[in-house]
Design a protein around this ligand. Sequence first.
Ligand SMILES: Nc1ncnc2c1ncn2[C@@H]1O[C@H](COP(=O)(O)OP(=O)(O)OP(=O)(O)O)[C@@H](O)[C@H]1O
Ligand SMILES: [Mg+2]
Length: 255
Amino acid sequence: MAQKICILGHKGGTGKTTLSHMLCHGMALLGQRAVAVLTDAEREPLSKEGRRYVTVDARSDEALVRVIEKLDSIDGWIGIIDGGANRIELDQHLAGYADLVLLPFRDSQEDVRAVIKDLERFPHAMAVPSQWPNNLWARRSADHLLAQQLDGLGERLLLPVSTVSASKMLLEDPVPTRLPTVLNNACRELARQVLEALHIVVAEAEAPVETEVEPEPEATPSVPESLPEETAPEEPSLAGAHADGAEYDISKEEV
Ligand SMILES: Nc1ncnc2c1ncn2[C@@H]1O[C@H](COP(=O)(O)OP(=O)(O)OP(=O)(O)O)[C@@H](O)[C@H]1O
Ligand SMILES: [Mg+2]
């Protein structure tokens, strides 16, 4: 049975979709087979082109049921389900399928209030500070907000995912073949934390993460030329196996 992670939250624009693709990309960089599951009817499906992970369209109820059934029938995959805002009932439904629920929130009082409510609704969820500022002063104030309002969450609070302007490249179709190191590192870091939360141990085949800090996004173009780029290493195999041993490739399946 694939592990299922739902990225939820009733507030809009907290970074659910971006985080779901960053997490899929990070999982793939760590050698995990990941599927990005779209449930938000407001978004257009993205193709597999240029990605190291599979994308599936589960915007209708029927498609969602089929995708969940498919995930339940395969081992060794991680399904990452992107929720939509303001869908409290569907969120409850999705959370029921999930091995882990992630709740991204931004550095505002309003977001913190919303995530506290969502944490009460989903007792097994973890909160993820999202688009966390890189600028020193703004970062301090955001961290102060965390310490003041969410102190005591302990393991239910993941480390912040920084603002990485290049993260929008993962939502392009196709995804560019060369992605900035700062983005790959942020994705790996996120995936490592989530794998740890799921108690999945992976062999660390990757080079150590570079401690590169992206300049303030407002002050720079989205993909500064000075940023080092990484060419995609070999794509991990998408082949899995059914319980009966037959070869299985989720990307070729009708869902
Ligand atoms: N880590 C990040 N760094 C920089 N920008 C980000 C990051 N995460 C999200 N964003 C930006 O924030 C905006 C909202 O992100 P996103 O669409 O992922 O949120 P959402 O929660 O899925 O929204 P919705 O509720 O509408 O589904 C987008 O412009 C996206 O590019
Ligand atoms: Mg979204």
